[in-house]
Design a protein around this ligand. Structure first.
Ligand SMILES: CC(=O)c1c[nH]c2ccccc12
Length: 116
């Protein structure tokens, strides 16, 4: 029903996730890492995470708070830092997204305190 779609908490979660995705301008986090292209991926990463999975989880009401969203965002970033060595573009992009995403999340935390 409509009222389940527009609760302020869900609206804030959706807008926060959209802002995080916008910061991933290279779109390296939009889809799961393709394990057929990257056969050793699961030797380094035990719990893959990407923005498409986070959208599915959000719409499935798996996130009750900004903190829940932040946990998967941090998992996604740390997976990337683990698999891709320091000298790669992907590693550098992940470090940048960690910074700018952190600011988005801090602002969202403040907003969620005001909507209760
Ligand atoms: C986010 C991430 O690690 C990757 C995103 N696309 C990839 C392609 C090959 C290996 C790793 C990746």
């Amino acid at each position: 029903a409509l009222e389940l779609k527009l609760t302020p908490a869900l609206v804030l979660l959706r807008s926060t996730l959209e802002q995080l995705q916008e910061k991933d301008t290279a779109k390296i986090f939009s889809q799961p890492v393709n394990q057929s292209e990257v056969p050793d991926y699961l030797e380094f990463v035990s719990q893959p995470m990407d923005f498409s999975m986070m959208v599915t989880k959000l719409e499935g009401h798996a996130y009750c708070s900004i903190a829940d969203l932040e946990k998967d965002f941090n998992l996604m970033i740390s997976n990337c830092l683990k698999y891709n060595s320091k000298d790669t573009m992907f590693h550098k992009i992940a470090l940048q997204l960690k910074e700018v995403g952190g600011a988005v999340l801090r602002h969202a935390h403040r907003q969620s305190q005001s909507i209760g």
